[in-house]
Ligand binder design. Structure first.
Ligand code: AVJ
Length: 308
């Protein structure tokens, strides 16, 4: 399959000794629907905790950032998460949405523009790990706020996370801001439950990768012959998701054959968790100064306001 990055990444990932597929491929249409359902789960505390926190802390962000801010959201998706800021900051002047999916981007920009007519809504199609190539055309210094909620930063290992935060800094100016949601280290059982819910939604989300490979890349994965697993890795401070082959089997993807032993795993996602001070140190290495850090009453989640 020519010019198909998904295909190349899957073949490369499954050819490794430790089989792995990058987690960014979870989010096709079906995967995005399943992720929305994950966000509503009792076990998955992240979304509701962060949403509640953002509603409470928005006035403090507004005070710090001032009027007429320019908002930038890398990986904006359906464009729902930004509403908390649009509704709570004083008259933001502009909003730049960045997403890999041009179609979703167009739809969400159109919807937000019609609901917030005084806001100048802009879009850039592209990968937010390559913001430098996107020419954001932001106004100078001090009025730009980069918004990166949901602990998406957790999908990057600490080194990559630091690089990503540096690249955010590169595309902004001195005195600009970052508002970022970061999930906290906590009881491992609570964490594992959040990534292996009772209704099996997260399992379906994980297996959706195999369904996608079957549909888009001509794979023949038997979805019933793989099991979802989520485990806390204490050494790396992350929840790891795997798909486990329940038996010895060979899977074909467009002429390529991949053998699985019984219990052999495909690593599909890492979700890193931080302590506040550790995250501040990491962001500091990328040039960000900590202004405020908020936590919910139960100490589940953190939101950081940082400045260049
Ligand atoms: C979108 C990366 C924040 O790691 O919590 C949810 C993705 N994976 N359940 C997370 C996810 C399984 C989620 N992030």
């Amino acid at each position: 399959m020519k010019n198909n990055v998904f295909f190349d990444d899957v073949i490369k990932g499954l050819s490794r000794e430790d089989k792995a597929i990058p987690c960014k491929y979870f989010y096709d249409e079906q995967g995005s629907i399943l992720f929305t359902r994950i966000c509503e789960l009792e076990e998955y505390y992240i979304t509701r905790t962060e949403t509640h926190m953002l509603q409470q802390l928005a006035p403090q962000v507004a005070e710090e950032v001032g009027e007429q801010a320019n908002l930038v959201e890398p990986g904006s998706g359906a464009g729902e998460k930004i509403r908390i800021l649009l509704d709570n900051l004083n008259q933001p002047a502009s909003l730049t949405l960045v997403d890999i999916s041009g179609e979703i981007l167009k739809q969400s920009a159109r919807r937000l523009q019609s609901e917030y007519p005084r806001l100048c809504v802009q879009t850039r199609v592209g990968d937010f790990t390559q913001l430098d190539g996107l020419d954001l055309k932001l106004p100078p210094s001090g009025a730009n706020l980069m918004y990166f909620p949901g602990s998406t930063i957790g999908n990057f290992c600490p080194d990559e996370a630091c690089n990503l935060l540096s690249s955010f800094a590169e595309s902004l100016h001195a005195k600009d801001y970052l508002l970022i949601g970061v999930d906290l280290v906590k009881d491992s059982q609570l964490l594992e439950n959040a990534y292996d819910d009772g209704q099996g939604i997260t399992a379906a989300f994980n297996k959706n990768l195999l369904r996608r490979i079957n549909n888009e890349l001509g794979g023949n994965f038997d979805l019933n012959a793989f099991e979802h697993r989520a485990t806390w890795n204490d050494q790396n401070q992350c929840v790891q998701m795997h798909l486990i082959s329940t038996k010895p089997q060979t899977v074909r993807i467009n002429g390529n054959r991949f053998h699985f032993e019984a219990d052999e795993a495909i690593h599909t996602e890492d979700s890193h968790k931080y302590r506040v001070a550790d995250f501040q140190q990491l962001a500091g290495q990328a040039g960000w100064k900590a202004l405020h850090c908020w936590q919910d009453d139960e100490g589940l989640f953190s939101v950081h306001l940082m400045q260049l």
